[in-house]
Design a protein around this ligand. Structure first.
Ligand code: FMN
Length: 215
């Protein structure tokens, strides 16, 4: 098993959790500059915004940092347009305050390929993912570019699936963790293992470093 510090090129084995849509360049860079691994959540970011964020991060730190994405969960494009139903139901309330009813967007978040192209251009030390197992193509592309890839597990089975896919480290995120429950093999409500139970079991089950999340 390799050491997380050697793997990521950091001094302290401490990783800042990414916050999709709420990450800040200042906090990410501060953690990296202090010798940990700052992570920046790119949920909802298009290619241009990812490239711009990458430039800002490079200006703020010359230390390794991670970029984080959500793998597709199936609601990027609305399968059966609930938007119209809700918009019609809420129309009187919009009218009452003089605001136009929002139109249904074509997509709710940018396509994964667009995000990945921009991430390869930024070339972070680490790419971390939630909500699934990265495809063999994504793992190979990251590795060809010298980028470490990290997956996120809420159960032992998910950690094993990620390790088998060739990730370099696994985040074991316990039921206490804030934010979304990023389960992908079983529903989130059936994947509520607490951090102190989950972490040692994941360590036993996989041969890559394990990062504990969820205090
Ligand atoms: C508002 C919010 C947004 C988050 N967004 C992401 C995200 O996009 N990607 C991710 O990997 N983790 C995300 N997380 C999880 C955190 O990075 C972290 O792993 C989790 O909060 C566990 O740490 P804690 O116990 O210190 O809260 C989010 C958490 C919060 C509270």
């Amino acid at each position: 098993m390799s050491d997380l510090r050697t793997l990521f090129g950091i001094t302290h084995p401490i990783v800042l959790g990414p916050f999709g849509g709420l990450s800040s360049v200042a906090l990410t860079a501060a953690v990296s500059n202090a010798g940990g691994l700052g992570s920046f959540g790119l949920y909802g970011y298009d290619g241009d915004r990812i490239r711009a964020t990458g430039s800002e991060l490079r200006a703020a730190t010359d230390r390794p940092f991670a970029l984080n994405i959500w793998l597709p969960t199936g609601d990027e494009v609305e399968p059966n347009p609930q938007h119209t139903v809700f918009a019609q139901a809420l129309q009187p309330f919009y009218e009452a305050v003089g605001v136009a009813v929002p139109t249904r967007p074509e997509r709710y978040v940018p396509p994964l390929d667009e995000q990945l192209d921009a991430i390869w251009a930024v070339a972070p030390a680490v790419l971390s993912v939630v909500f699934g197992v990265p495809s063999p193509e994504v793992v190979a592309e990251a590795h060809d570019r010298g980028i470490r890839i990290v997956g996120t597990a809420t159960t032992v089975a998910e950690a094993v699936a990620l390790a088998e896919a060739g990730v370099d480290a696994v985040v074991a995120t316990g039921a206490e963790a804030a934010g979304h429950r990023v389960s992908f093999l079983r529903p989130a409500e059936e994947s509520l293992v607490g951090t102190f139970a989950l972490v040692p079991q994941v360590v036993d089950a996989v041969g890559v470093p394990v990062i504990a999340a969820g205090g």
